[in-house]
Design a protein around this ligand. Structure first.
Ligand code: SF4
Length: 281
């Protein structure tokens, strides 16, 4: 059956199809099943503005205040639905399993002042539903506020969770173009280092075809040089491309890299970095 006949499929990560404010289930290729997303950025605000970002009406800024009680109620309702009803069977392809609870959403989750409290409430519910050590909590982040959220990161680690840390390029110019920020490579290095020291960490990298060109060897060499000092301590690297259409205006044309192109990049990087690299065409 066509996966698009299900409400949940990997090419639709619409946060609103199930009408909760903070919680949204999606089918995640990288998590390998149903991922229960927690969106702390209900105003679509992020401190970055990546050219491939799939969030409609993305604005620069911080999240609005979080109603933690509503978030907890919604998460409880969703965990009940997933664990005690036929929700997954009715809405996902056959053999879909519950993979994780993921702080992701429409902006940078760790920009929320309530991030640590939201992590604590999630752990409380994992305990309530006897899911500790069965369902991990994942933080999907651009890493820019890791240093301000170490206690929350340690809590995620304590309950066998992990962080997926975004690194889309290894030099300032490329990050400026792709993430539309003025990066300090030193700060990003320090935050990745801090993250790896406290929690199991996967680097996640979105590579694109820009104006018809795949990432150059120079681009990949800079990326490798940036990642190399961490490679022994990373859980892995996820390399993916545009999965869904970007909603951002950009001066450059961006396109999805195909399997062959991603495989070439995987091989090129693996020739110089001894680390598990997964690609998600
Ligand atoms: S960091 Fe994530 S949410 Fe923010 S602009 Fe980039 S892709 Fe979008």
């Amino acid at each position: 059956m066509d996966k698009k006949t299900f409400k949940l499929h990997t090419e639709n990560h619409d946060r609103d199809i199930f009408e909760s404010k903070y919680i949204y289930p999606v089918l995640s290729r990288r998590a390998g099943g149903l991922s229960l997303g927690i969106n702390l950025n209900t105003n679509n605000a992020c401190n970055w503005q990546c050219i491939y970002c799939e969030i409609p009406n993305l604005t620069r800024g911080n999240p609005e205040p979080i109603d933690l009680n509503l978030l907890e109620d919604e998460l409880r309702q969703w965990l009940f639905k997933i664990n005690h009803t036929s929700f997954i069977e009715e809405n996902g392809p056959p053999n879909t399993s519950f993979a994780d609870i993921a702080f992701s959403g429409n902006g940078e989750p760790t920009a929320a002042k309530e991030f640590a409290d939201a992590v604590d409430r999630s752990i409380k519910l994992l305990k309530e539903f006897h899911l500790v050590n069965k369902i991990p909590i994942r933080l999907i982040t651009n890493g820019s506020f890791i240093h301000k959220n170490l206690d929350a990161i340690k809590t995620i680690s304590k309950y066998n969770g992990e962080v997926w840390f975004k690194v889309d390029a290894g030099n300032t110019l490329a990050m400026k173009q792709i993430n539309q920020i003025n990066p300090s490579m030193k700060q990003i290095h320090n935050n990745l280092d801090l993250c790896i020291r406290h929690v199991s960490t996967v680097v996640q990298s979105c590579f694109l075809k820009i104006d018809g060109s795949i990432p150059s060897n120079k681009f990949l060499d800079d990326y490798i040089n940036f990642i190399n000092p961490f490679s022994n301590n990373l859980k892995g690297i996820h390399i993916y491309s545009l999965a869904r259409p970007s909603y951002q205006k950009s001066e450059v044309d961006i396109q999805r890299l195909d399997l062959e192109e991603l495989s070439y990049i995987q091989q090129y990087i693996n020739n110089q970095i001894d680390c598990l690299i997964d690609i998600f065409p």
